[in-house]
Design a protein around this ligand. Sequence first.
Ligand code: BG6
Length: 468
Amino acid sequence: MLYGGAISSSQYEGGFQDKGLDSQDCRPYLVRKDNATVSTRLLTQDVIDRAKDNEGYYPFRKGVEGYYHIDEDIELLKELGIDIYRFSISWSRLYPKGDELEPNQKGIEYYTKVFKKLKEANIKVFLTLNHYAIPLYLIEHYNGWQNRQMITFYQRLVTTIFTNWSEYIDYYVPFNEINAAYFSPYNGIGLIKDQEYDLNKIFQGLHHQFIASALTIKLAKEYKIKAKAGCMVAGFCYYGLTSDPIDQLKALQDEQLHQWFYLDVLAKGYYPNYIKRFFKDNNINIEIKDEDLTLLKDNTCDFISFSYYASNVATNKEAKQTAGNLVVTTKNPYLKASQWGWQIDPVGLRIMLHKIYDRYNLPIFIAENGLGAKDELIDGKVHDEYRIEYLKAHFKEIDECLKDGIDLLGYFLWGVIDIVSAGSCEMTKRYGVIYVDSDNLGNGTYNRYKKDSFYWYQEYIKSKRLQQ
Ligand code: BG6
């Protein structure tokens, strides 16, 4: 099993002047309200217009200045001892508007450097071809993923990635959390809030991403690319609030709608019957061509991956709510929550891994996991024993899963280097074992510091290597 760390381009890179404006660059920092997780994940055209006029502070434009710190960061990752690094390609760094015919050379140079450095450091690569950020031009001029033409632009991006860097890639997923199309449509498919609640647009956009995923796998086969192809969802793990069968049914249906549907299409290769019923009940009529169905069937993925931070509770009854990963959920009386209200549940991770393995019988990656918390830098040190406790508890369940015989390929510690939070656009919500000195408004030295959890994870990886 591989132990890794992960980031995404928009949350990490910065280097804004060398790329085009994308959907994440338009999300402003807002002072945290009660539920910061959902504060700027759905954008209206007004907000986007203000972003184009640079009114306010836009944290994703700065990330954590990874663009300038990449040498030092890879050195730190090497010292940490991770086997594998998950990062994403910024679409608008390679294609600033998105519909150009030729890629931006500066972007090619930057990623070539990243891939080479990782190889020198003997760190494997898990590449996310697209993690949320969509060139804004494609949203404003083509309506984002609602438009089938997006598949062509995306294929151009993928072809550039494969022709330049296929030798460096070990594993890839076409999209981060493809189920975001449904639970966070601006992030997922570039749907502007004024148009958001039209389910036809959401599922049409999603269908186009399914086709783009299958075409990517097809292309990889044609190019004889050695990298393994995966798919990725945000893992939700629902429990029914009570043993009332109605709550249990709701949990089952929520899992179908929020996570299984996407994996069923990408791993089994077809639209399952329960979603056809959902489409019928909700008057959803999307265009699916006959050839699309063949393409999906013939190009399923080799492994499943998912993000996991917390679990959720399903009920139709009135119950207290709390925040989850880009969603709001019902409070679970048995679990403690993070400072952001996410309900910490290591056993839920074991349950998720079993459910996925039972359902698909494919190898699995935990593509993201970790604790978003406020850290304090004092005299160059961060004593984050809470993060170590979180990790220990989750690794314990992972070890149980390995004993249970689940084919787990690897684990990624999310935001291994502190990054801007995707849900709340804050710097204060940190996941890393490497601290970055900056605040919510982009002030700070951006110097890197090793937290206590850095040394803990380093030792943990070493000890696991000795056992393998
Ligand atoms: C996942 C995303 O949904 O959750 C990441 O893939 C994100 O991009 C992570 O950072 C944690 O969420 P947040 O809102 O705490 O950054």
